[in-house]
Design a protein around this ligand. Structure first.
Ligand code: SF4
Length: 215
């Protein structure tokens, strides 16, 4: 197959974006939250766990610890029972408490609105920071999780496996105003159609634009 030019790839990316908008017009985060603080904690909890399991746990967690100050005053052992059904809960309890303490100590109890500041918090990686700035503060960002990375490679938009590099490739292909939608839509497409083990190419709405389609 001849190498695709940059112009051709950008054109195809725009067509993929149109297809994703048609297929997932309401794509957005599936985590439940009411504040930047709640979104930060929910996103930390969601690493390698389903959004459903996080949403089942957070109402009681946030009722008991409604603010960074309340969570910072807790011990990880006190937090653990609230999140016991979420994978890696012991580490996550530690990270949530440490992050709340750092918010109090360094940011007067407010969640900072930049990726650089967020990744300085314990347990907060670039993916989590991108989710928080884009959903809570409307900052253009593409968080790259396992679905976004896999889809970017299958669609021929990136050859990289490192999330930071995939993020850069996607940012170069799409306009900043579309980054948040691209993130959410690729996650939905990865969950519902283009799954890791068995992509359902026969019912994929963007199959005609995908170099990896298996028909
Ligand atoms: S055609 Fe297949 S591999 Fe390509 S995006 Fe659709 S489901 Fe995934």
């Amino acid at each position: 197959m001849p190498r695709e030019s940059k112009v051709a790839r950008r054109t195809r990316a725009a067509q993929v974006l149109d297809g994703l908008r048609d297929a997932y017009p309401d794509a957005g985060t599936e985590l439940d939250y009411r504040s930047a603080f709640q979104l930060l904690i929910a996103t930390v909890l969601s690493a390698q766990a389903t959004d459903v399991s996080v949403n089942a746990a957070t109402p009681a967690l946030f009722a008991r610890y409604p603010t960074p100050a309340a969570l910072a005053a807790a011990t990880p052992q006190e937090v653990e029972p609230f999140i016991r059904k979420i994978g890696l809960y012991r580490n996550k309890a530690k990270h949530c408490v440490q992050a709340a303490r750092a918010l109090l100590e360094r940011y007067e109890g407010e969640v900072p609105a930049s990726v650089e500041e967020l990744v300085s918090l314990p347990g907060v990686g670039r993916k989590t920071a991108n989710v928080v700035v884009s959903n809570a503060f409307g900052v253009p960002a593409i968080a790259v999780d396992t679905h976004v990375g896999r889809l970017a490679r299958r669609l021929g938009f990136s050859t990289h496996t490192l999330p930071d590099e995939v993020e850069r490739d996607l940012q170069a292909l799409f306009a900043p105003a579309d980054w948040v939608f691209v993130h959410h839509a690729l996650i939905l497409h990865g969950r519902r159609v283009c799954t890791a083990r068995r992509p359902a190419c026969e019912r994929c709405p963007i199959a005609s634009l995908c170099p990896s389609r298996q028909l």
